[in-house]
Ligand binder design. Structure first.
Ligand SMILES: C[S@@+](CC[C@H](N)C(=O)[O-])C[C@H]1O[C@@H](n2cnc3c(N)ncnc32)[C@H](O)[C@@H]1O
Length: 201
């Protein structure tokens, strides 16, 4: 199955994300970057064109590995000097270990069964799991045209994504992990919610 236009090209992807987040675009990356200490190791799941690395983490000498099923994005990352692997995260293969295992704006791709991927993240993290997930987005818009664009243009290769989190459903998703949650807050003008969980230890 072919991917949506938004996932075919790193520049197109970034332009659309910038348009969607407007003045909050840098905030979504800074919120995650601020949680990662200088010199730490990071595995970024569904890294996309790896803007988190190229614009934010690289300057902190972070040992970064991005995983994505999209070969074009992984190639872009490797050309930019990062480590990247083509990886389909629906596979139950254990993830590479790192101090911080991160996922931004991608948990919805695993609905309605997103728990296994979170459990694999917790097993791979030596320190923390950081997830920032959209809770207000085009596909849940009351405007049917925007909603259709949001769903159709985020097909990563396995079909259009009709399911998204709201803040309520995301909070419900994390409820079984409450003992590990050390931080939860809205970021990027309320467009995403950040969760930080302590790793298995
Ligand atoms: C909305 S983008 C997020 C990119 C980046 N994390 C960001 O916040 O800008 C979602 C990414 O998830 C990737 N993706 C979707 N399903 C995947 C899967 N099953 N395995 C690996 N990557 C996947 C897509 O290729 C895409 O790059």
């Amino acid at each position: 199955m072919s991917t949506s236009l938004i996932y075919r090209n790193a520049t197109v992807y970034e332009l659309l994300i910038r348009a969607l987040y407007g003045r909050y675009y840098p905030d979504r990356y800074r919120a995650v970057e601020g949680l990662v200490p200088v010199g730490a190791s990071v595995v970024d799941l569904c890294c996309g064109p790896a803007t988190l690395y190229t614009r934010y983490l690289r300057q902190k000498s972070v040992d970064y590995t991005g995983l994505d099923r999209n070969k074009r994005f992984v190639t872009t990352l490797i050309k930019a000097g990062g480590q990247g692997k083509v990886w389909n995260l629906t596979s139950d293969a254990p993830l590479p270990e790192a101090d911080y295992v991160v996922m931004q704006a991608s948990l919805y791709h695993f609905l309605p069964q997103a728990t296994p991927v979170l459990d694999r993240m917790l097993s791979a993290a030596r320190k923390q799991v950081i997830i920032a997930e959209p809770v207000r987005n085009m596909s849940s818009s009351n405007n049917r045209v925007l909603a259709a664009i949001g769903q159709r243009f985020t097909n990563a290769g396995d079909g259009a994504q009709a399911h998204r989190f709201t803040e309520t459903t995301l909070d419900e998703f994390f409820r079984p992990y409450v003992a590990r949650v050390v931080r939860q807050e809205l970021i990027a003008g309320g467009r995403e919610k950040l969760y930080v969980l302590n790793a298995n230890s």
